[in-house]
Design a protein around this ligand. Structure first.
Ligand code: SAM
Length: 324
């Protein structure tokens, strides 16, 4: 079975496949990942500081572009927090998933939000800069596929970065959030591709993006956030645990794990299980961070099986982009 090349790309385009964020995936992710509180508490402060530093006047209107907006579960609270400092948020969301946009509309109470259905490759997005500029271009875990398809350091990858910056107004900021490759979760990912027979498959990480920003000459700030995958739901003995685990793995590995032989599924699940550690055995600094920002289901107990995860928040400014 080949997981590389065009056959893989074709899979990625199937609407409703595991590659699109949906309520089911959200259910599995929200019980396993710890970053929710970080999004809602720290990120608005970070963005507010960066906007003011970029000379955006508090109380002015804030034009926001949410790229790969999903259903808005994470970003709406961030924008709501920003709305208390800026008099009006004018939101444009773009996402290739129709359900995502429908859910975003349902959750988002503010009027006059605009949505584009499609990926950032679509013409509507490519035409945006002709008429519109934004104060905040926000890309939260939405650019993996875009860069994987473009090729990590190719000119088209650089063009994606340049395009995001071109959409910024003079005092605008661009925020891109991507997972780091330096974590146990990503070490698992590397080994899992070995199990799947595609050990050399490229996958985008925060480290690649950092290099890409440097290559594009765009200074930026980066904040690294430790987080974790709480694996207790996968190995809890619940009847659905295997299915949930395969769903999680499908999204994380971008491989339809339901379509591979049962024997390979078992090998993957066992490998993933080998990567988990009891929460109590993790370094104290990490534990205190996770207690401060617990997963949606609450803080982990010392016996919670845990897989380390790490992500980076990159913030760049338009004036940096235009200064030689
Ligand atoms: C992990 S979800 C993140 C959703 C949301 N930004 C958040 O942080 O909750 C990734 C999102 O990127 C979207 N996406 C995938 N490919 C995309 C593309 N080429 N252009 C824009 N968005 C894309 C998916 O449909 C999905 O909603």
């Amino acid at each position: 079975m080949s997981l590389k090349g065009d056959s893989h790309r074709q899979d990625k385009c199937v609407e409703g496949s595991f590659l699109y964020w949906d309520d089911e995936l959200l259910r599995v992710f929200s019980s396993t990942l710890s970053y929710w509180s970080y999004y809602w508490e720290q990120l608005p402060l970070l963005l507010h500081g960066a906007l003011v530093f970029a000379r955006k006047e508090p109380n002015s209107q804030l034009r926001v572009l949410d790229v790969g907006c999903g259903g808005g579960e994470l970003s709406i609270p961030v924008f709501d927090a920003l709305a208390s400092d800026f008099c009006r948020i004018q939101l444009t969301g773009i996402d290739p998933g129709e359900n995502n946009i429908r859910n975003f509309r349902l959750r988002h109470e503010r009027q006059q939000a605009k949505f584009l259905l499609g990926g950032i490759e679509c013409k509507k997005f490519q035409d945006l800069e002709e008429g519109e500029k934004f104060d905040l271009v926000f890309c939260s875990h939405s650019l993996y596929e875009v860069f994987e398809t473009a090729g990590n350091y190719s000119s088209s990858a650089v063009r994606v970065v340049e395009k995001l910056f071109r959409l910024l107004g003079p005092d605008g900021i661009c925020c891109v959030i991507l997972a780091s490759g330096n974590s146990r979760a990503y070490e698992f990912k590397r080994q899992a591709y070995g199990v799947l027979g595609c050990a050399d498959r490229f996958f985008m990480t925060a480290e690649h993006f950092r290099d890409l920003l440097k290559q594009s000459g765009k200074p930026f700030q980066e904040e690294v956030v430790d987080t974790y995958v709480d694996a207790s739901t996968f190995w809890s003995g619940e009847p659905n645990h295997r299915e949930d685990c395969l769903k999680w793995l499908s999204y994380f590995l971008r491989v339809n794990c339901f379509a591979i032989p049962t024997e390979s599924q078992d090998r993957l699940i066992n490998l993933f299980q080998d990567f988990s550690l009891p929460f109590g055995s993790l370094p104290e600094q990490f534990k205190s961070y996770c207690r401060k920002y617990p997963a949606a289901c609450g803080p982990p107990s010392d016996r919670t099986p845990t897989v380390f995860h790490k992500e980076s928040v990159f913030v760049g400014r338009q004036e940096y982009a235009t200064t030689p």
